[in-house]
Ligand binder design. Structure first.
Ligand SMILES: Nc1nc2c(ncn2[C@@H]2O[C@H](COP(=O)(O)OP(=O)(O)OP(=O)(O)O)[C@@H](O)[C@H]2O)c(=O)[nH]1
Length: 398
């Protein structure tokens, strides 16, 4: 689950909530820990050309610098309390904008400008006139009792954090989004929690470290995906298969699956429609239980079973074959009218979509005691070839 990228922020929240006494004696992180953590994210992100992570580093860095410059004095001072009230508004508005608005590519003039702006803008909150504008919208002032400065806990801020964090997290849950999306939510949450425990020394450093660690985890997840997951079908790819086959259990079986006449299909309907078929196959294979599916390469897939029951194997493969063969794939007619008005007229007359079907052939084999990764794959491939020769759209287990 991609939410693991929010783990550092969640741990940070739990410490604050259940063990606030830990905060006081907590040893200081090494000097410059936040810069080091953000620097590490920068380096790894740059190495793997994951430029969008840079924007979040700038976001965390800019807010952390603002806190260090303006919030390290007693809250009773007017400018300090102004900044304190303005920060949650800033964090929420800029965090949401950064998460949901399309950003320019970093290695362009607009991208560099956006990066610098994200890092520098929060420093403007150090100017009382700017902070004043944000104070007007602050949940600290609006939601809590007028005497919030005397109370030990900013209740309004807590409610605001729970409400906004809850809505954002619900959206992420239902969108089944990436670890990167969760790490953005977590970065925001970590900094909001800092505001809730602002009186504790070093809280801002721990919060920024939690935010940066979330980004690092998400980056690690992205690296794993780049190395092991096929982008088109979202199945693990050949590298993952080969490492799985090195540790194949005694009782197991392997199946090679190949789309029939895919070259003709591509030639007739175009490469994009071909990709649509591969995506569909990926989702059908993922939805089946009882085996692990991999994209072997091109239009070939490999299924690994963790049992050696031939009857069960045939049943499952037959159900995959028939599900693919009976799936009505809807295509848009390639000759759609260019103009909108003409399109409307045409739509009134006839159905724009056309349904096509594809079939697959499957060749499977049960593991023998002296099998290696290569030998079992070779046998499964020979069975696939035999299934193709026998007329395609069939299962052969030998
Ligand atoms: N759209 C699309 N096509 C791909 C992809 N990878 C491989 N192909 C195509 O898959 C086709 C494979 O063709 P062949 O190996 O000749 O096999 P086939 O036409 O399926 O014929 P049989 O396997 O004998 O039924 C080629 O045209 C490749 O271009 C991909 O990622 N997307």
């Amino acid at each position: 689950m991609a939410i693991f990228a929010a783990l550092p922020a969640i741990i940070w929240a739990l410490v604050v909530w259940w063990f606030p006494s830990w905060l006081q004696p907590m040893p200081l992180p090494v000097p410059g820990a936040v810069s080091a953590a953000l620097g590490l994210v920068f380096l790894i992100a740059a190495f793997f050309r994951q430029w969008h992570w840079f924007y979040w580093c700038a976001w965390i860095g800019g807010i952390y610098a603002t806190i260090q410059l303006g919030l390290q004095q007693p809250l009773a001072q007017k400018e300090v309390s102004q900044l304190y009230e303005a920060l949650p508004v800033w964090l929420s508005l800029s965090g949401l904008l950064l998460a949901f608005v399309k950003k320019p590519l970093l290695l362009t003039a607009r991208g560099v400008l956006a990066f610098v702006t994200i890092g520098i803008l929060p420093l403007l909150l150090l100017l009382p006139a700017v902070a004043d504008v944000f104070v007007l919208l602050s949940p600290v002032g609006i939601l809590t009792l007028p005497n919030w400065k005397e109370s030990s806990f900013p209740v309004g801020l807590l409610l605001w954090t729970l409400a906004m964090g809850g809505v954002w997290a619900t959206y992420l849950f239902y969108k089944a989004t990436s670890a990167f999306a969760w790490s953005q939510w977590a970065a925001w949450l970590a900094m909001m929690i800092f505001l809730l425990v602002v009186q504790h020394q070093q809280a801002s450093t721990w919060a920024a470290l939690a935010a940066a660690s979330g980004l690092l985890l998400a980056l690690a997840d992205q690296m794993l995906k780049l190395a092991y997951i096929d982008e088109l079908t979202e199945l693990p790819q050949r590298r993952a298969l080969m490492s799985q086959l090195q540790h194949l259990r005694k009782r197991s079986a392997v199946c090679m699956l190949d789309v029939d006449h895919f070259k003709k299909f591509n030639d007739r309907y175009g490469h994009e429609v071909g990709d649509q078929v591969l995506r569909l196959l990926g989702s059908i294979l993922k939805s089946h239980r009882g085996f692990k599916a991999y994209r072997y390469g091109g239009e070939e897939f490999t299924l690994v079973f963790f049992h050696s029951d031939e009857a069960k194997l045939k049943d499952v493969l037959e159900s995959v074959r028939s599900e693919v063969a009976n799936y009505p794939l809807k295509l848009r007619e390639p000759s759609r009218p260019k103009s909108k008005s003409k399109g409307k007229e045409e739509r009134g007359k006839k159905d724009e979509t056309k349904t096509v079907k594809v079939t697959v052939s499957l060749g499977a084999t049960i593991r023998k005691p002296d099998d290696t990764a290569d030998s079992i794959l070779k046998r499964a491939d020979e069975n696939l070839y035999a299934a193709k020769k026998a007329g395609r759209n069939r299962v052969l287990v030998k």
